[in-house]
Design a protein around this ligand. Structure first.
Ligand SMILES: [Zn+2]
Length: 244
């Protein structure tokens, strides 16, 4: 059954213990928003948390079924946007360490009062916020990075600093499965989203080119369908056309 605060999410296991979640609810984009879950031998890593507390709870409840309760928990936020962060507390309150780029952490820290959040205000025009957002609580991430960082969380997890869509974009690469969780640095089914706080397009393109050096089997974009690595090139082409 679908719920206004959840949408109609789809889950696929694309490698052992590696799940991609697409079409989590998005209040302004029909295409929905994506997230990921990686189970390693001793940890569970969530990548993004959806646009509502219901989405965050959905991700947690799905992953919990495969846990034995001894795992270390992590939530990596690919960037600061509400559609990726609003579910964060549902995972954080279970004991997850939240990791993000320092830029993302600076922005999220300032969102202590949801009633002043412009996105929550926009949602209010259409829905009763409690019905669709649930109990959204934002807090500053626990750990931050400013450059590429490799973590050993049972499996190797690479956090790649790839500013573009926002100054704090992180892509998450899991070498064991060759899966890249790209956040909104790469989109499918819609054009890359260039906006006032995006960094200059030349640097964005350079960062996407860097991703082509990875050995990638699948890319989960921030929005749209699970993709093959050639999606990097189509995103680069679009950005190049924006430049001229
Ligand atoms: Zn997004």
């Amino acid at each position: 059954m679908t719920h206004h605060g959840l949408g109609n999410p789809q889950i696929q296991e694309i490698a052992p213990g590696v799940f991609v979640v697409t079409k989590l609810v998005h209040f302004f984009a029909k295409i929905g928003v994506n997230a990921g879950i990686i189970h390693t031998p001793n940890s569970v890593i969530f990548i993004d948390s959806g646009m509502s507390a219901y989405s965050g709870a959905y991700l947690w409840n799905f992953a919990k079924k495969r846990m034995n309760g001894t795992e270390d928990l992590y939530l990596i936020l690919t960037h600061k946007d509400t559609d990726h962060c609003f579910g964060m507390n549902e995972i954080r309150k279970q004991g997850a360490t939240v990791i993000a780029h320092e830029h993302t952490a600076e922005i999220i820290r300032s969102w202590h009062d949801l009633s002043k959040n412009p996105i929550a205000k926009r949602v209010r025009k259409q829905f009763h916020p409690n019905d669709v957002l649930g109990d959204v609580i934002l807090s500053r991430p626990d750990q931050t990075i400013i450059r590429d960082t490799t973590l050993n969380l049972g499996d190797e997890i690479q956090l790649l600093s790839i500013p573009g869509h926002t100054p704090g974009d992180i892509a998450v690469y899991h070498p064991k499965s060759k899966v890249l969780f790209a956040g909104d640095a790469i989109l499918e089914g819609m054009d890359p989203y260039v906006r006032p706080d995006s960094i200059n397009i030349k640097t964005w393109i350079k960062n996407l080119q860097r991703l082509k050096e990875l050995d990638i089997e699948w890319i989960l974009p921030g929005h749209g369908a699970l993709s093959k690595p050639d999606i990097i090139d189509s995103n680069i082409l679009f950005l190049m056309s924006e430049q001229s």
